[in-house]
Design a protein around this ligand. Structure first.
Ligand SMILES: [Zn+2]
Length: 315
């Protein structure tokens, strides 16, 4: 294990993002909230399949049910082509080729589909990313911490929750299907939180001026109470292995990216519990797609969106 290189990468990160580093303890609080949520066992098959065209149409109808403008924007993007007549949104059959479902840096959307209800959620998720950025050129490069980049996953994850309601209510999928999707989403968000906690420990070591090496990493684990979230996680997550190899492989820390999912999950669940969730969603979508979204993310936003008791706990 090249601990020296990991230390270099960590030091570079601390130097480049001092404000982000200072606010990491707030995100750790969100991580704790996520670890308190249990992922349901949903080891069963989907109730039915969908063609990719059906999924695309269903998302259109869902958006139309909340705002004709959103549906129009969605339709405009999904049918748009570049100067070489190539579509901006592409669908790849996972049986033919496994590719990443994403919006890439050039603004092209790829959805790798498998004809399951998951596709409907994936289409909405990626299209919301694309729609958020629709009014301005994509300026968020990887690693930036603007309002838009920080909250873009929140819009998409919150959108998935509203879509889930719509699909179940209209008997397009079953409650069990939605539970299966929800469990998948929560478990991926918890994985993001686990990575965040581990990388946070590396950063803490360096902020304290301690070398990153095997002995010190083990000491970090042992210093935590046996019942603490950190201890369980660091034990399970093998601080000295998986995450560290990933950092070396990609030559970077992943905390900024992971924070988007962590905040996305926590904020979405809070907004979902409010009485005016559709308005909240439209408002958020507007803010993230608007010109002010290039401002630096202000963490206070996390503490100003709750009407539930969670807020009290966090403060
Ligand atoms: Zn996303």
């Amino acid at each position: 294990m090249d601990y020296k290189r990991i230390q270099e990468i960590t030091d570079e990160f601390i130097q480049k993002y001092p404000s982000f580093v200072k606010e990491m303890p707030d995100t750790i609080i969100c991580c704790r909230e996520l670890f308190g949520k249990e992922v349901k066992d949903t080891n069963y098959d989907w109730s039915r399949s969908f063609t990719v065209n059906e999924s695309v149409d269903i998302v259109y109808n869902f958006l139309k049910s909340i705002s004709q403008d959103l549906a129009d924007q969605y339709y405009a993007i999904i049918t748009s082509v570049n100067e070489n007549n190539e579509p901006y949104v592409n669908f790849v059959d996972s049986k033919i080729k496994k590719v990443r479902t994403e919006v890439n840096a050039d603004g092209y959307v790829t959805v790798c589909y498998n004809n399951s209800p998951q596709d409907i959620f994936d289409v909405l998720h990626e299209m919301l990313h694309k729609m958020n950025e629709c009014t301005i050129e994509i300026e968020d490069k990887k690693g930036e911490t603007t309002l838009r980049s920080t909250l873009t996953e929140t819009v998409s994850i919150f959108g998935e929750m509203l879509l889930g309601d719509y699909l179940v209510k209209n008997n397009i999928i079953t409650e069990a299907d939605y539970a299966k999707f929800e469990a998948w989403r929560l478990s991926t968000s918890k994985n993001s939180a686990a990575d965040f906690v581990v990388e946070n420990e590396l950063i803490k070591l360096r902020v304290q001026g301690v070398d990153i090496n095997k002995e010190n990493a083990l000491e970090v684990i042992n210093n935590y109470d046996i019942n603490s979230m950190e201890r369980k996680l660091l034990d399970n997550h093998k601080l000295d292995l998986e995450v560290l190899y990933w950092i070396l492989e990609t030559n970077q820390l992943h905390v900024i990216k992971q924070q988007r999912y962590i905040i996305g999950q926590v904020l979405s669940e809070r907004m979902y519990k409010t009485s005016n969730k559709i308005e909240r969603f439209l408002e958020l979508h507007d803010v993230i797609g608007g010109i002010d979204a290039q401002q630096r993310f202000n963490k206070d936003i996390i503490f100003n969106t709750s009407e539930s008791n969670e807020e009290e706990k966090i403060r």
